[in-house]
Write a protein that binds this ligand. Structure first.
Ligand code: ATP
Length: 240
């Protein structure tokens, strides 16, 4: 990538339970003010990559055993989740995204870390206002995902990490959520690192993409370059 990176992973290696290497030599740059996508199939190492950044590896008994992670040039390798959050990084996790027994409003109140956090989140996702008194457990899958993004946004982040936004959702909903993400990213001037199995949908909104396979980055390029790449067409997009 040519733009200044807000986040840099340099040759990162992660090992689970002191013996299983999940990712190795992973180098990824997230350009400031853009959307960077990491694409890969099940088990390729996408979630592990995001956890390495967000600090949530230790709860999985995993460690960064090599490499560095830099946020705005500062080394944040191995920092705890609260320290990473303080640095302006917010994670939209893969599952268990919202508190089902709380209302939408209370979910946002629980997550907000800045004074205007709740209002900011509603401004970004106006549809949530209409359901603010509903219990999150009764929301549709797409609305839950929207709430999860809003909760991350309510912390006032400069960098959003989004794990597998498309999981279990219908294609049209995925497209619409990704467009929402793009709109919010542009309006706020924040940066996004998105990991996705749904390569086509992700490349539609991304400025730059990486392909991860068996814990290694095998290719990177602009969406146009990735869409033109023969292997990627065959294995990730299902076309030739
Ligand atoms: P998915 O889409 O299924 O989440 P992914 O691309 O996010 O896939 P990871 O979840 O990062 O992939 O998994 C990468 C590798 O790490 C896999 O080989 C997986 O078996 C291993 N792994 C993931 N979580 C654990 C864990 N808690 N303990 C041990 N190994 C793990």
């Amino acid at each position: 990538q040519t733009k200044t990176p807000i986040l840099k992973l340099e040759q990162v290696e992660v090992v689970y339970n002191k013996l299983a290497t999940a990712i190795t030599g992973v180098s990824v740059e997230v350009a400031a003010g853009g959307i960077t996508a990491v694409l890969g199939t099940n088990g390729a190492g996408k979630t592990t990559t995001l956890k390495a950044v967000s600090g949530f590896l230790s709860s999985d008994n995993a460690d960064i055993t090599d490499g560095h992670i830099l946020l705005d040039g500062d080394d944040i390798t191995g920092m705890a989740p609260h320290q990473v959050a303080r640095g302006g990084i917010a994670l939209v996790p893969e599952r268990d995204k919202v508190f089902d027994t709380l209302t939408v409003l209370d979910n946002l109140k629980a997550s907000a870390r800045v004074a205007d956090g709740v209002e900011d989140a509603f401004d970004a996702f106006p549809r949530l206002r209409a359901v603010e008194q509903n219990l999150a457990g009764y929301l549709s899958g797409g609305e839950k995902q929207m709430l999860a993004m809003a909760m991350a946004l309510s912390t006032g982040p400069s960098l959003l990490l989004v794990d597998e936004l498309s999981l279990g959702l219908a294609p049209l909903i995925v497209t619409s959520l990704l467009q929402d993400l793009r709109r919010v990213q542009r309006a706020r001037g924040i940066s996004v690192l998105l990991v996705e199995q749904n390569a086509l949908a992700a490349l539609d909104v991304a400025d730059y993409g990486y392909v991860i396979e068996d814990g290694r980055i095998v290719f990177d390029g602009t969406p146009e370059q990735l869409l033109e790449h023969g292997d990627i067409k065959e294995f990730y997009l299902g076309t030739n």
